[in-house]
Design a protein around this ligand. Structure first.
Ligand SMILES: Nc1ncnc2c1ncn2[C@@H]1O[C@H](COP(=O)(O)OP(=O)(O)OP(=O)(O)O)[C@@H](O)[C@H]1O
Ligand SMILES: [Mg+2]
Length: 351
């Protein structure tokens, strides 16, 4: 196996991405609750077409379960082998926004290792580093996004794909994949206001703040997800996890009492979001103007209203596939929100 494949670089728009020549693009999101896949074709520069998508629930997070689920997905989609784009998140990733003096590409490479020593809380020989120049600033400075991913975690992701006959060609950061999906959507209806993307899965909440809708100016993965809410329900109603999960997603007649119990869980998220927004607003002297939520937990009916009220910011669920499907009809709303990472993976490098 080529060294590059054992350790794919973490990357973000406009970084080097060799080997992604196939017009069929496969975006694979191995979440903690489900595997999501989007197949798209990119027949020519700048164009992309959604071909197929699938969500396969995971009964647990062990390797054999993941592998079997991925095999089923590939069989259903008719994908035998080929290139695949993946992402990682959570504790295995560290992202930092740095302000550095203007540097050439070569100077930047060595500066990044030096900065990594200071800003990355892991030994540097245990991580893969990558970076992206985000903007050139006044006073001969530039803002750079530094990303470090644990090699061991990257290796685990890669191994899952390779054992199923796939060839991982790109490893992204989930939060940045969500950002790319959003920016692709914005290409059709741009809104130049500072926007917080809050992608809430089962374990993690990826937060990205885009200054004036454009630049990734803040990113953090919060240790909060739908599993915490399920735990709250389990405790409150004294139920086993599977039943608590069912009651959370389909409360039926018990909607009011379930909503009241969930509120306590959601207050934790609100607290974490406030801290993140405050940090951003102080650091960048800018104000978050709206919140867009996605991910499975965004499907909770009361979530947007609750965040809106608590944060005092307009909050809506957005569909990452709306612009891909033209009419937005072909992907059920219950699924669209969970495909953000996959969409972000397949739309990279279109321009
Ligand atoms: N209708 C619904 N109402 C409430 N919560 C829902 C609903 N549907 C899914 N969820 C929750 O969404 C979460 C799964 O979302 P998603 O698929 O985005 O997560 P994931 O990618 O598997 O997790 P992670 O990225 O955190 O590892 C689960 O916690 C699930 O309970
Ligand atoms: Mg996820």
């Amino acid at each position: 196996m080529a060294a590059k494949l054992q350790l794919p670089r973490l990357a973000w728009p406009a970084l080097r991405r060799k080997g992604t020549t196939a017009s069929l693009r496969v975006g694979l999101d191995v979440g903690s609750s489900a595997i999501k896949v989007v197949l798209a074709s990119a027949p020519r520069k700048g164009a992309v077409q959604l071909l197929k998508y699938l969500l396969e629930p995971l009964s647990d997070e062990t390797n054999p379960v993941r592998q079997a689920a991925l095999q089923r997905v590939l069989t259903t989609l008719g994908v035998k082998e080929g290139e695949v784009r993946m992402a990682i998140a959570g504790q295995d990733i560290v992202t930092r926004l740095l302000t550095l003096p203007q540097l050439s590409e070569t100077e930047l490479d060595s500066a990044i290792r030096f900065e990594g020593e200071t800003h990355i809380p892991f030994p540097l020989d245990e991580v893969a580093l990558d970076r992206q120049v985000l903007e050139r600033l006044e006073g001969n400075k530039m803002r750079v996004l530094l990303v470090a991913g644990k090699k061991e975690a990257i290796q685990r992701r890669v191994a899952l794909a390779t054992t199923c006959g796939l060839k991982p060609v790109l490893l992204d950061v989930e939060a940045l994949a969500v950002t790319n999906a959003y920016l692709a959507d914005q290409a059709t209806t741009p809104e130049a206001v500072t926007t917080a993307l809050v992608h809430i899965g089962a374990h993690y909440t990826n937060v990205v703040i885009l200054r004036q809708g454009q630049l990734c100016s803040f990113t953090r993965d919060l240790n909060f997800g739908g599993q915490d809410l399920t735990k709250t329900i389990a405790e409150q109603f004294n139920l086993p996890p599977a039943e608590a999960e069912r009651l959370k997603c389909e409360p039926g007649e018990r909607q009011q009492e379930v909503a009241a119990a969930l509120q306590r869980g959601l207050e934790v998220l609100v607290g974490d979001l406030r801290l993140s927004f405050d940090f951003y607003e102080t650091q960048l002297e800018d104000t978050v103007a709206r919140v867009l939520v996605s991910g499975g937990t965004a499907l909770l009916p009361q979530l947007p209203g609750f965040l809106q009220e608590q944060l005092g910011l307009p909050t809506t669920v957005w569909s990452p596939v709306r612009w891909l499907t033209q009419d937005g009809q072909s992907v059920p709303a219950s699924l669209a929100s969970r495909l953000a990472v996959c969409v972000g993976l397949v739309v990279r490098d279109l321009a």
